[in-house]
Design a protein around this ligand. Structure first.
Ligand SMILES: Cc1cc2nc3c(=O)[nH]c(=O)nc-3n(C[C@H](O)[C@H](O)[C@H](O)COP(=O)(O)OP(=O)(O)OC[C@H]3O[C@@H](n4cnc5c(N)ncnc54)[C@H](O)[C@@H]3O)c2cc1C
Length: 499
């Protein structure tokens, strides 16, 4: 606050103003900054990030073995060649993102340790006022922006999701969530139980097997996995032929996307065949005697939940070697020495890792108001999964489940830059999605169809998410191969109002 020399009273400092404010410096936010710099170079922009560095997911998660579960040719950006192996460690991903920041001089645009707490839209001023506090000093900050680009991810970074099991307080060992991995945790000689069956559990188990006395993956129900070599032969050949890296990146991306499209389509058209193929991959590592039916055969069809890639079958090799085991059962309660199971069994444990997922956080825990009214995000309808009815000058990034997240953040980025150019060409200061007269009787469908895709964090949080319609431009398809053609051609005057 500054003293007003005329009245002697304090008045707020004028806030710094930006054309675009990006929330979050994860892979989406850094990508958004790159696109703005290259596609809309005249725009003044700022990235605000609550953590003390860039990376988002890849900075937050520090558990042993942390790695991607999709390939980096498609999880990497379209604009920067990936030079490593397809499946990458968090460290490799952070180093790749660091290069993007350095090579494009993005660092001056990013402010770390800035937690956004409130965002208020003023229709009269056609701008967002964004307020929060610095995580290190607690100092408040306030900036204004004409356009808000939400790249805050989909889950709460500060803590993970842990179900409420009875008896945890009586457990004599240590319970840790992979999202809050303690630096001082020494697993040497310990009996470790990892609760969960998703990508995190499947990464952690082989990473700690051999370092601890024994590790058990305790799952309620099995998950599908794909196994294969952590290598891309086409990329290796193109590199040997000294093809320029940009070409190699693009060719390999296209090939992977072509193969993934075929695989995704087949998992809908011939689920039993795809299931048999996936299980054969597991059996090749574990042999005929292992109870694959019980431990690795899900009850849902392939792709109804994310399918993690297991490089070189390391999870199954750890099980085959006897360093790890899999138990499929239900937790009855924790006790002093471990976990009592519904089947009557008991798992002795010194350390229990709860790889039980995330807490959905749809808008980065930011309190939004629009002209003084709190935003009820779940009551809005989405414009192509990116903008929302009644929410002006805001785009939101929510990536793919069945393909790399970044494919979508790149598509959204191209769209936002096109939209900003369109607004300038029209001389518009505001853009807001509004249902058209012909949409009056359109059904309000859930953000994700449960029949189509139903991971736990979406099921737990579906009531917080916006609705979609049954026609464009109100669809959120979760289909990269549809969006790839649809988004760049989307009519910017259909369902969007400008003023
Ligand atoms: C362990 C793990 C592995 C994964 N592996 C893959 C994979 O291989 N392939 C894939 O496609 N997807 C994967 N995912 C999904 C993954 O989260 C996304 O792919 C991607 O990293 C998300 O990037 P993002 O930038 O959109 O969001 P995030 O990585 O979540 O980053 C968002 C950033 O916004 C910041 N932020 C949030 N709220 C605020 C606020 N109020 N103020 C300021 N800053 C804020 C956060 O601190 C964070 O840094 C994985 C997820 C996890 C947890």
């Amino acid at each position: 606050m500054a003293a007003d020399p005329m009245s002697g009273e304090s008045s707020p400092q004028p806030a710094e103003h930006f054309d675009v404010l990006i929330a979050g410096a994860g892979i989406s936010g850094v990508g958004a900054a790159w696109h703005l710099r290259h596609r809309s170079p005249e725009k003044r922009f700022l990235v605000l990030e609550s953590q003390d560095g860039f990376g988002g997911t890849w900075r937050t998660h520090r558990y042993p073995g942390i790695r991607s579960d999709s390939d980096l040719f498609t999880f990497g950006y379209g604009f920067k060649p990936w030079m490593g192996k397809p499946i990458a460690t968090a460290e490799e991903i952070l180093s790749y993102m660091g290069e993007v920041i350095d090579e494009n001089d993005l660092a001056p645009h990013i402010r770390y340790r800035h937690v956004i707490e409130r965002a208020s839209w003023s229709g009269e001023e056609a701008r967002w006022t964004v307020e929060g506090r610095r995580s290190d000093t607690g100092e408040p900050f306030r900036v204004t922006a004409s356009f808000l680009w939400m790249c805050q991810g989909y889950y709460r970074h500060a803590r993970g999701y842990t179900p409420d099991w009875p008896g945890t307080e009586s457990f004599g060992g240590r319970i840790v969530h992979p999202q809050e991995w303690p630096d001082d945790l020494d697993l040497e000689g310990k009996r470790v139980v990892v609760i969960g069956s998703g990508a995190t559990a499947a990464t952690l188990v082989p990473a700690v097997a051999g370092r601890c006395a024994h590790v058990t993956m305790l799952q309620r129900s099995p998950t599908f996995f794909i196994t294969g070599r952590n290598a891309n032969e086409l990329a290796q050949t193109l590199r040997e032929l000294e093809i320029p890296d940009e070409w190699t990146h693009e060719i390999v991306r296209r090939k992977i996307l072509f193969d993934q499209q075929k695989f995704t389509r087949r998992s809908f058209a011939e689920p039993e065949t795809v299931k048999a193929e996936l299980l054969a991959g597991v059996r090749a590592h574990l042999g005929e005697d292992f109870d694959i039916e019980r431990h690795f055969t899900p009850s849902y069809r392939p792709w109804r939940q994310r399918i993690a890639f297991i490089p070189d079958g390391d999870l199954f090799r750890a099980v085959a070697d006897g360093k790890a085991s899999v138990v499929t059962d239900h937790i009855e309660a924790f006790d002093a020495t471990g976990i009592r199971l519904a089947s009557g069994g008991h798992l002795d444990a010194d350390v229990v890792v709860t790889a039980t997922g995330f807490d959905l956080s749809v808008l980065g825990d930011i309190a939004f108001t629009i002209d003084g009214q709190p935003l009820a995000f779940h009551e809005t309808t989405t414009w192509r999964g990116t903008m929302f009815t009644g929410v002006p000058n805001m785009a939101w990034v929510f990536g793919y489940f069945r393909a790399s997240w970044t494919l979508r953040s790149d598509l959204v980025a191209e769209f936002v830059c096109r939209l900003l150019g369109h607004m300038d060409a029209r001389g518009a200061k505001r853009v807001v999605p509004r249902l058209r007269p012909e949409d009056a009787d359109m059904p309000a469908l859930p953000w994700v169809d449960e029949e189509d895709f139903n991971p736990g964090y979406i099921n737990r949080g579906i009531h917080l998410l916006p609705k979609q319609g049954d026609r464009q431009p109100w669809r959120h398809t979760q289909d990269y191969w549809v969006d790839r053609d649809d988004m760049p051609a989307a009519d910017l005057d259909d369902g969007l109002r400008y003023s």
